[in-house]
Ligand binder design. Structure first.
Ligand SMILES: C[S@@+](CC[C@H](N)C(=O)[O-])C[C@H]1O[C@@H](n2cnc3c(N)ncnc32)[C@H](O)[C@@H]1O
Length: 376
């Protein structure tokens, strides 16, 4: 058995991203296939305890403390640094070790591992800040919501499990406007959830597409990022193409524009994408992670408003997941269920994308893949 584990470990250490993901999926399936009834009780039954304990770890700054320590720390050292009772912190760390978040090197000595270090990474901190603080109450409300609504696909973004979970009548995005701490986690997570090198810019031939396009002395819009958050993709676009003429415009709701980056060469503009698009004839209209937030009728409205502004040379770029017809991985399936829970939104297969575009009088012309990891 040791030899088999070593082979798997070596395979994981040398695998590229897609192989690594396949390996993780296969190993999880293998674990499930060996699970006893007792394992199943404790795996599902204690899932909320895992997330609760991770929150405790964040609240205490435990992961940072261990990740920054040069050697393992004793329970007493951690207790002293964090002002906790040694016995209590020992129990917390012992539990966190069993769920992979820490390593126990000897009796009452703990050290950081790969997961501990992940838990100090900005994208993980903001991502978990978003899921654990903002989305979690909506997950808890989902079973009762689905029962009450007769197990029908939610079609209304202001009547979802999110509104039940937070006892609000606001849409999730309006609610963010009134909850700045939650908005900050969300914006930070949206900005950093994909590595800069995994960008649509690495596969889409922007320079070739704009050849011969007339920027009208820079007055014409080159790139309009609709629902673009606080402007990280606009910044990235300007960094990749500093010399392309034409306006680069970020559009979002007032509370996001208020927090947006000031990037030279980027205009920040308040615009509600359910209203007529004020920027006409842009070369590129770009929607990343926007349409999946919405049920079909709202996605259609956003597309129709964009289409109405497009000129003969405009291109609509949609940066979203394309779900495979089967074997959807757990991350993609989880995001799909999260969209359903919080926004009545959905992830789509290629044929669902084609249909969504056709409904708005548009045509899916081409697809480019820059992050195959989400597809395996
Ligand atoms: C999932 S986030 C994606 C943000 C960004 N495109 C990205 O990929 O990082 C969706 C964005 O749509 C914005 N949004 C929601 N409703 C909007 C509306 N009616 N008009 C304009 N933007 C809106 C949100 O504020 C948020 O920034």
């Amino acid at each position: 058995m040791d030899a088999a584990l070593e082979t798997i470990q070596q395979c994981g250490a040398t695998a590229d991203g897609a192989t690594r993901r396949k390996l993780v999926t296969s190993l999880n399936q293998l674990i499930f296939s060996m699970e006893s009834p007792s394992d199943t009780i404790h795996r599902y039954g204690h899932m909320s305890l895992q997330t609760a304990s991770i929150r405790v770890g964040f609240d205490l700054g435990l992961f940072k403390l261990l990740a920054e320590a040069e050697r393992p720390l004793s329970v007493d050292q951690v207790a002293q640094a964090k002002g906790t009772e040694p016995e209590l912190i020992h129990r917390i760390m012992r539990y966190l070790t069993t769920v992979g978040a820490l390593s126990e090197v000897s009796s009452s000595q703990f050290q950081a591992n790969n997961v501990t270090r992940n838990l100090t990474d900005n994208v993980v901190v903001s991502g978990l800040g978003h899921y654990l603080n903002t989305v979690e109450p909506a997950y808890r409300a989902l079973p009762a919501f689905l029962k009450r609504t007769g197990y029908k696909t939610p079609q209304d973004g202001i009547h979802t499990a999110f509104q039940d979970g937070w006892s609000t009548q606001l849409s999730s995005f309006q609610w963010f406007g009134e909850n700045p701490k939650h908005l900050a986690y969300f914006n930070e997570y949206m900005a950093s959830r994909r590595q800069p090198e995994t960008s649509w810019l690495s596969v889409y031939p922007v320079a070739q597409e704009v050849k011969g396009w007339d920027a009208k002395d820079g007055k014409q819009a080159l790139y309009v990022n609709v629902g673009g958050g606080i402007g990280h993709q606009c910044k990235q676009f300007r960094e990749w193409y500093p010399n392309l003429p034409g306006r680069v415009i970020l559009q979002d709701l007032p509370h996001s524009i208020e927090k947006s980056l000031s990037t030279p060469g980027v205009e920040n503009m308040v615009h509600d994408f359910f209203q007529p698009q004020p920027i006409k004839d842009a070369k590129f209209y770009f929607l990343r992670g926007v349409l999946h937030d919405h049920p079909q009728c709202h996605a259609r409205k956003i597309l129709e408003e964009t289409k109405a502004a497009m000129g003969p040379e405009s291109v609509l770029l949609i940066d979203e997941m394309i779900l495979p017809g089967h074997d959807v991985n757990t991350i993609a399936a989880s995001i799909d269920m999260t969209m359903l829970t919080a926004l009545a939104g959905m992830e789509r297969t290629e044929s669902q994308w084609g249909a969504t575009l056709r409904e708005a009088g548009l045509e899916l012309v081409n697809t480019f893949m820059y992050n195959p990891l989400m597809a395996v």
